[in-house]
Ligand binder design. Structure first.
Ligand SMILES: [Zn+2]
Length: 450
């Protein structure tokens, strides 16, 4: 049993090895497969971009799990289907294909696409994508694949090689100007002699904030910030929230029948590869569920089915029960599970992948403090039919503005029964930035709490 206290060690480790004031002590994610990046396969040695590029500090094998994206932060797949394929020997010459009509927004949106290739793998670091553009032609692409690996700018500069000189770099997030596991990206850009840097958004990380822009401008590089800023902010909404508040970004999710009852099941296809729930599980560091979910023997731990997805840490809230029988793991390696209980309890079957944490006074705030202490940036609160164990937590959590986003699914079902209505929260408020999509006759609505 491991008791914890509210706010324990919250954001106290400012010496994070990747230069961010977050240093997870437990693995926020576990990965299904292992594939080491092959940095040395490409055209240009990374040492020519940075001399001391490779991290001097060996990452903890758990806090920085091995990476599986089938890529290494360089452009992927190598053969573009929707982009002009230009022989390298032709690049920079007059016969190269100019990207007529493409403006800064176009290139920044491509950077966001690149960054999203590493969804679920970079926490507690942000998702970042980078392009090197010369004479209207994209000559280098890269993204940050995971914490501990080089940043997006390094991969893009390596991809561009000597064509980076006098080119324009596009990057979704302000380049770092500090030494962490990797040297500053500002120095890489300066050394590569880029002429201009277009930045999507300034980094809210206090270690970075505006210092990267200042360093670049101080060395004579033209810098523009705020291109496609809203898109770049949405890309890293969890990272930004964590940096600003010290708490994880929290999303509440549930499925409703047409007559307003909360469902245990999800809509057709939601849990399959490509389904919204499978994607959420890939994206979020942790998923919080009620122990009541496992009263039905058929229920399994929520698992992402995206290819190569890292699985979230499963946090099970156990209230009013003396024992809990967990379903057999369905992933290899097995999902990590933390049972948050109000008292000592029995959890079967026993496993080294299951930890029990006792919390006598349970609240959403204390749960999020625990998550923050573990280095988790994003938490998915998954509400099912039998939600009594979570009701009090959510009532208080909504009052205290601890929930940032809601994803609601409405299924084409009329559900019988007297109970299982959603009745959370004591205050009234509006949501903003609503987005709606229909999949297999299920309507998924998401919005942000003000
Ligand atoms: Zn960097």
């Amino acid at each position: 049993m491991v008791p914890f206290a509210d706010g324990e060690n919250l954001l106290t480790d400012t010496a994070a090895s990747d230069g961010h004031p977050l240093n997870p002590t437990l693995p926020p994610k576990t990965l299904k497969k292992i594939s080491a990046p092959s940095l040395l396969k490409k055209r240009m040695p990374l040492s020519s971009v940075f001399s001391p590029l490779i991290a001097s500090k060996t990452p903890h094998p758990k806090s920085v799990p091995s990476f599986h994206l089938g890529t290494n932060g360089l452009r992927h797949p190598p053969k573009r289907t929707s982009w002009p394929s230009i022989p390298r020997s032709n690049r920079g010459r007059s016969i190269g294909i100019r990207c007529e009509g493409r403006d800064d927004s176009f290139y920044m949106r491509r950077c966001v696409e690149l960054a999203r290739k590493a969804i679920g793998c970079t926490s507690p670091n942000p998702l970042v994508g980078c392009l090197i553009v010369k004479d209207g032609e994209i000559v280098g692409e890269g993204f940050h694949p995971k914490a501990g690996q080089p940043h997006a700018e390094v991969f893009a500069l390596k991809d561009a090689g000597d064509l980076a000189e006098n080119a324009t770099a596009y990057v979704t997030l302000e380049p770092c100007n500090h030494y962490g596991r990797t040297p500053p990206c500002t120095e890489a850009l300066i050394r590569a002699k880029v002429k201009k840097v277009i930045v999507g958004m300034v980094d809210p990380n206090p270690i970075v904030a505006s210092k990267g822009v200042e360093r670049l401008r101080g060395s004579g590089i033209d810098v523009i910030t705020g291109v496609e800023e809203m898109l770049c902010r949405k890309l890293n909404e969890a990272y930004i929230h964590r940096m600003v508040t010290g708490r994880p970004f929290v999303t509440l999710r549930y499925s409703l029948a047409f007559n307003g009852r909360v469902l245990n099941q999800l809509g057709q296809g939601a849990e399959e590869s490509g389904g919204y729930f499978s994607k959420l599980l890939q994206e979020y560091d942790a998923v919080v569920i009620s122990s009541n979910l496992f009263a039905k023997k058929t229920v399994r731990l929520p698992t992402s089915h995206e290819t190569g997805a890292s699985q979230p840490l499963h946090i099970i809230i156990a209230r009013g029960v003396n024992s809990l029988h967990l379903p057999a793991p369905t992933t290899e390696p097995a999902d990590k599970v933390v049972v948050l209980a109000e008292k000592t309890m029995i959890v079967e079957p026993k496993s080294e992948d299951v930890e029990i944490v006792v919390r006598e006074q349970m609240s959403l705030k204390s749960i999020l403090d625990y998550c923050a202490h573990q280095g988790l940036c994003s938490v998915l609160l998954d509400i099912r039919e039998d939600n009594e164990a979570l009701k009090e937590l959510l009532d208080d959590g909504l009052d205290e503005h601890l929930v940032q986003k809601v994803v609601m699914e409405v299924c084409p079902i009329w559900c019988s029964g007297e109970e299982a209505f959603l009745a959370f929260g004591r205050k009234s408020f509006r949501l903003r930035d609503l987005q709606t999509r229909t999949v297999n006759e299920n309507v998924v609505v998401e919005g942000y709490l003000l």
